[in-house]
Design a protein around this ligand. Structure first.
Ligand SMILES: [Zn+2]
Length: 421
């Protein structure tokens, strides 16, 4: 078997943890994995190896965004209202939007996405096609669709008169049990449930909880039986508490955390996935993002509460993993590092912010043995940043800020050159 080998020389290395950057290092990649990291000049490579000069660059682990909606409108010249898009755009078109969004993420150094899937959008199938090498893309961990009660946040994203499919909504213990088993059969990589109302969904009040603790508990225990993690969407304090009482693994948004919620998260080791980027994106772009006026008004309040919650969570030592809620024209794929900028603007060091998208995210995904740090044996998901992102987090999004992106050792810097990404 031929060995696919790449040697990156003379590069600074940030391994994915801590404040320290090693200078003048070399990284040898073999068959998609990191074979060795050592001072430059001490590693040799075979005659077929691709040798890359890393002078002036810092190698960091490929980034993880653990809250995205992949198969969402990627055509910014044709802004579509969210509910209209979900109900009226055919699944085949949604799949192609998912492909393009994935390529945008990859180009921005995001090599792993946890996808809050939408039914009939091809998210699960796309994950498999990417793994088989049919098409380039980030590693995808997919929940086939959000588990929502009737009249809950996931349900209200669709027009009321739109026909529902079997277990699009699940109510009561038995349906909740069944929908987890069904999703597992369909290829779920994790389970997503809505434990509170939403900000953007129509006719929804943010303070409403969704589901009883008993319903949430059965979802969690069924998922855990399959070794699947549970992500709970929750804005309201009551919804957050119910999700925590049920033992969910990651809390998405966590907009209104009180002291009791924070104490429970610390005690239980629950991850917070803040998703500040979508709020920032919507408020920056306003109606041009495709969001409704009612949703934008609720967002102003949500932003203030979100900032307060995350600051309290950081101070208390809650574990944080990076998620943007990237979603078509609402929060664009490729702009993931905005989330990290927002953490830094709230007072985190750039290294701590980067940990949320690397070592911490990998731990939250149960993939710490494979990704999240630069160590021998790990997947060669590596981003070469022009300069040092620990000194300037804005480099990640700056024009020309990224020099090279590798996923499983393959150079995906320009993953689909003929397509306007
Ligand atoms: Zn979301």
């Amino acid at each position: 078997m031929t060995i696919q080998e790449t040697l990156i020389e003379n590069v600074a290395v940030w391994r994915g943890r801590g404040e320290h950057v090693e200078t003048a290092m070399a990284i040898r990649i073999e068959n998609g994995r990191i074979a060795a990291i050592a001072p430059t000049g001490t590693l040799s490579a075979g005659p077929q190896a691709t040798v890359v000069d890393g002078a002036g660059a810092t190698a960091i682990p490929g980034l993880c965004d653990i809250h995205v909606h992949l198969a969402t409108n990627s055509d910014y010249g044709r802004i579509v209202d969210n509910a209209t898009y979900r109900a009226l755009v055919p699944g085949t078109e949604k799949l192609l939007h998912g492909v393009r969004n994935g390529l945008r993420a990859l180009k921005a150094g995001v090599t792993t996405l946890r996808v809050m899937g939408h039914r009939e959008s091809g998210d699960v199938e796309l994950a498999a096609m990417i793994e088989r090498g049919l098409i380039p893309g980030p590693r995808l961990l997919v929940a086939p669709w959000v588990i929502s009660m009737t009249g809950g946040r996931g349900d209200l994203f669709y027009p009321a008169a739109w026909p529902r499919q079997y277990l699009d909504t699940a109510d009561g213990i038995e349906e909740c049990r069944k929908v987890v088993r069904l999703q597992r059969k369909l290829g779920a990589g994790f389970i997503k449930v809505t434990a509170s109302a939403g900000v953007l969904s129509a006719d929804d009040k943010v303070h409403w909880p969704n589901y009883t603790v008993e319903e949430l508990k059965v979802i969690v225990s069924e998922a855990h039986d399959y070794d699947l993690k549970v992500a709970a969407h929750a804005h309201s304090t009551e919804g957050i508490k119910r999700a925590l009482l049920a033992g969910v693994d990651t809390l998405e948004h966590g907009t209104n955390l009180d002291d009791e919620c924070i104490a429970m998260m610390v005690e239980q080791g629950t991850w917070l996935v803040p998703t500040l980027a979508i709020t920032d994106s919507l408020l920056r772009r306003g109606a041009a993002s495709g969001a409704r006026a009612e949703g934008l008004a609720k967002l102003e309040i949500a932003r203030a509460n979100q900032s307060r919650s995350i600051l309290k969570a950081i101070a208390a030592g809650v574990k944080i993993a990076m998620g943007t809620d990237s979603s078509g024209n609402l929060c664009r794929f490729g702009e993931h590092a905005r989330e990290l900028e927002l953490y830094v603007e709230l007072g985190m060091t750039p290294a701590k912010a980067l940990e949320t998208a690397t070592s911490a995210a990998a731990e939250a995904l149960d993939l710490a043995g494979e990704i999240g740090t630069l160590d021998a044996g790990k997947c060669a998901d590596i981003v070469l940043v022009n300069g040092n992102p620990l000194q300037d987090i804005y480099l990640l999004q700056r024009e020309g800020g990224l020099r090279r992106v590798y996923r499983n050792g393959v150079d995906v810097t320009d993953p689909w050159p003929a397509v306007d990404l």
